[in-house]
Design a binder for this molecule. Sequence first.
Ligand SMILES: C[S@@+](CC[C@H](N)C(=O)[O-])C[C@H]1O[C@@H](n2cnc3c(N)ncnc32)[C@H](O)[C@@H]1O
Length: 213
Amino acid sequence: MNHESDPTRSLKRLFIIIGNKASTGDFNLNDLPSSGGRMDIVCRFIAQSLFISHGIRKDSGAIGVLLGEPDPPRSILVHGGKVRYMSPDERNVAGLIRKALKHRGEEWKETSPGIFTAKKSVNEILSELGDFSIFYLREDGRDIFDLSIGPEEKTVFVMGDHLGVGGDIEELILRKVRGIISVSPLSLQADQCVVLIHNFLDRLERSRNIELD
Ligand SMILES: C[S@@+](CC[C@H](N)C(=O)[O-])C[C@H]1O[C@@H](n2cnc3c(N)ncnc32)[C@H](O)[C@@H]1O
């Protein structure tokens, strides 16, 4: 993949969710949990990865790896610095995903401003993120507060939906990670994990006097 076609290039924080049953075709915007295969979870995850109060994190991105029928895997990437016409409500995010899924190409293609889609698995995506430190989120991981992250370090965090991450996929992810991390003594929703990670990184950057974007 050349630099021009890499939508992750200008990102510093990236969040990836495995949508085990999330639709890779058409679905009903009025029934995201059932007809969308828990697309509501993917949409909340994307919203929490990007939106703050009255604004958006320009250095952050979110990827939903959709593994439901009819054409898995399909991945959707939303770039906080480029996205337009997205609001944090699930139905709005889902509408833009549904539009992106109409495109069926192999490589990243921008289907609306800041929204990209490709026929890529999580393994392929992680293989392309050579300049990122990859972390896998799991309840029994190392406490995030023990993590040391450099000021310029680009980070990606991978997690599951309500079904977690399947054993075969987890095996592939674990070959590529810098660490397995835990964000709470409780098992949380993926979008809640994202909020805690942002909070950890925001505080770290503030303590280093790095301007938050
Ligand atoms: C709702 S949980 C998945 C629960 C699912 N029943 C399972 O057994 O994996 C969604 C995802 O959030 C992440 N997660 C949840 N709680 C976490 C925690 N305390 N620390 C790190 N990751 C967590 C994991 O990646 C998990 O797959």
